[in-house]
Design a binder for this molecule. Structure first.
Ligand SMILES: [Zn+2]
Length: 143
Protein backbone atom coordinates (compact mmCIF):
# COMPACT_ATOMS: atom_id res chain seq x y z
CA UNK A 1 0.00 0.00 0.00
CA UNK A 2 2.92 2.38 0.65
CA UNK A 3 4.18 1.84 -2.92
CA UNK A 4 0.70 2.67 -4.27
CA UNK A 5 0.32 5.66 -1.97
CA UNK A 6 3.65 7.14 -3.09
CA UNK A 7 2.42 7.23 -6.70
CA UNK A 8 -1.19 8.41 -6.41
CA UNK A 9 -1.73 11.04 -9.15
CA UNK A 10 -2.56 13.88 -6.78
CA UNK A 11 -1.18 16.64 -9.02
CA UNK A 12 -2.73 17.35 -12.41
CA UNK A 13 0.65 16.96 -14.13
CA UNK A 14 1.62 13.71 -12.38
CA UNK A 15 2.20 10.82 -14.79
CA UNK A 16 0.67 7.36 -14.51
CA UNK A 17 2.90 4.85 -12.79
CA UNK A 18 2.81 1.16 -12.15
CA UNK A 19 4.51 -2.14 -11.61
CA UNK A 20 3.86 -5.79 -10.99
CA UNK A 21 2.26 -7.59 -8.04
CA UNK A 22 4.06 -10.54 -6.47
CA UNK A 23 2.63 -12.86 -3.88
CA UNK A 24 1.81 -16.30 -2.58
CA UNK A 25 -1.04 -18.61 -3.48
CA UNK A 26 -3.05 -20.46 -0.81
CA UNK A 27 -5.67 -22.60 -2.49
CA UNK A 28 -8.29 -20.17 -3.77
CA UNK A 29 -6.69 -17.25 -1.94
CA UNK A 30 -3.76 -15.11 -2.93
CA UNK A 31 -1.70 -12.83 -0.77
CA UNK A 32 0.07 -9.93 -2.44
CA UNK A 33 3.35 -9.46 -0.58
CA UNK A 34 5.18 -7.05 -2.88
CA UNK A 35 4.43 -4.43 -5.50
CA UNK A 36 7.36 -3.28 -7.62
CA UNK A 37 7.75 0.49 -7.84
CA UNK A 38 8.09 2.20 -11.22
CA UNK A 39 11.54 1.92 -12.77
CA UNK A 40 13.33 4.64 -14.83
CA UNK A 41 12.85 2.69 -18.08
CA UNK A 42 9.02 2.77 -17.68
CA UNK A 43 7.17 5.42 -19.64
CA UNK A 44 4.27 7.23 -18.02
CA UNK A 45 2.21 10.15 -19.27
CA UNK A 46 -0.81 11.62 -17.49
CA UNK A 47 -3.13 9.10 -19.14
CA UNK A 48 -0.96 6.18 -20.16
CA UNK A 49 1.62 3.87 -18.71
CA UNK A 50 4.05 1.61 -20.52
CA UNK A 51 5.90 -0.73 -18.20
CA UNK A 52 9.24 -1.98 -19.46
CA UNK A 53 10.20 -5.42 -18.18
CA UNK A 54 13.52 -4.06 -16.91
CA UNK A 55 13.71 -3.98 -13.11
CA UNK A 56 10.34 -5.63 -12.53
CA UNK A 57 11.50 -8.97 -13.95
CA UNK A 58 14.68 -8.91 -11.85
CA UNK A 59 12.69 -8.31 -8.64
CA UNK A 60 10.23 -11.08 -9.56
CA UNK A 61 13.07 -13.54 -10.30
CA UNK A 62 14.90 -12.62 -7.09
CA UNK A 63 11.80 -13.07 -4.88
CA UNK A 64 10.98 -16.35 -6.64
CA UNK A 65 14.45 -17.69 -5.84
CA UNK A 66 14.62 -16.27 -2.28
CA UNK A 67 11.18 -17.69 -1.42
CA UNK A 68 12.06 -21.06 -3.01
CA UNK A 69 9.31 -20.65 -5.56
CA UNK A 70 6.47 -19.56 -3.29
CA UNK A 71 6.40 -15.85 -4.20
CA UNK A 72 5.26 -15.59 -7.78
CA UNK A 73 3.87 -13.16 -10.32
CA UNK A 74 0.27 -12.34 -9.39
CA UNK A 75 -0.62 -9.42 -11.64
CA UNK A 76 -0.14 -5.76 -12.39
CA UNK A 77 -0.88 -2.37 -10.90
CA UNK A 78 -0.95 1.15 -12.27
CA UNK A 79 -2.37 4.52 -11.36
CA UNK A 80 -5.15 6.53 -12.99
CA UNK A 81 -5.83 10.27 -12.68
CA UNK A 82 -9.36 9.57 -11.32
CA UNK A 83 -10.78 9.62 -7.78
CA UNK A 84 -12.44 6.23 -8.15
CA UNK A 85 -10.73 4.52 -11.07
CA UNK A 86 -12.22 2.18 -13.62
CA UNK A 87 -10.29 0.20 -16.22
CA UNK A 88 -9.90 1.55 -19.74
CA UNK A 89 -10.64 -0.57 -22.79
CA UNK A 90 -6.88 -1.00 -23.18
CA UNK A 91 -6.54 -2.18 -19.55
CA UNK A 92 -9.30 -4.78 -19.99
CA UNK A 93 -7.85 -5.99 -23.27
CA UNK A 94 -4.29 -6.26 -21.89
CA UNK A 95 -5.41 -8.07 -18.72
CA UNK A 96 -7.32 -10.56 -20.87
CA UNK A 97 -4.28 -11.18 -23.10
CA UNK A 98 -1.94 -11.53 -20.09
CA UNK A 99 -4.36 -13.91 -18.31
CA UNK A 100 -4.60 -16.09 -21.41
CA UNK A 101 -0.79 -16.20 -21.70
CA UNK A 102 -0.19 -17.39 -18.12
CA UNK A 103 1.54 -20.74 -18.06
CA UNK A 104 0.21 -21.66 -14.60
CA UNK A 105 -3.41 -21.02 -15.65
CA UNK A 106 -4.03 -18.78 -12.64
CA UNK A 107 -6.09 -15.62 -12.88
CA UNK A 108 -4.36 -12.29 -13.37
CA UNK A 109 -4.92 -9.60 -10.78
CA UNK A 110 -5.31 -6.12 -12.24
CA UNK A 111 -5.18 -3.27 -9.77
CA UNK A 112 -5.71 0.42 -10.49
CA UNK A 113 -4.81 3.05 -7.92
CA UNK A 114 -6.98 6.15 -8.05
CA UNK A 115 -6.88 9.29 -5.92
CA UNK A 116 -9.50 8.03 -3.45
CA UNK A 117 -10.11 4.44 -4.33
CA UNK A 118 -8.62 1.28 -5.73
CA UNK A 119 -10.09 -0.95 -8.44
CA UNK A 120 -9.24 -4.65 -8.23
CA UNK A 121 -10.15 -7.19 -10.88
CA UNK A 122 -9.23 -10.81 -11.36
CA UNK A 123 -9.22 -11.95 -14.98
CA UNK A 124 -9.37 -15.65 -15.79
CA UNK A 125 -7.68 -17.29 -18.77
CA UNK A 126 -11.15 -17.64 -20.32
CA UNK A 127 -11.54 -13.86 -20.25
CA UNK A 128 -14.14 -13.96 -17.47
CA UNK A 129 -13.56 -11.19 -14.94
CA UNK A 130 -14.37 -10.80 -11.26
CA UNK A 131 -14.36 -7.35 -9.70
CA UNK A 132 -13.42 -7.63 -6.02
CA UNK A 133 -13.67 -4.08 -4.92
CA UNK A 134 -14.04 -0.71 -6.52
CA UNK A 135 -14.01 1.51 -3.45
CA UNK A 136 -11.11 0.81 -1.12
CA UNK A 137 -9.79 3.99 0.41
CA UNK A 138 -6.05 4.53 0.14
CA UNK A 139 -6.15 7.15 2.90
CA UNK A 140 -5.96 4.45 5.60
CA UNK A 141 -2.32 3.75 4.73
CA UNK A 142 -1.14 7.17 5.90
CA UNK A 143 0.50 6.94 9.35
ZN1 LIG B 1 -5.37 2.04 -16.93
Amino acid sequence: MSVFDAHVQRKFSAPENGGILLGTVHGLHIEVVHATPPFPTDRGTRCSFDRSSEGHTEVADWLWRESKGTIRYIGEWHTHPEDYPSPSGIDLREWKISAAKRKDGRPLLGLIVGRKGIYIQSTLATGRALVYSALVSTSCVRP
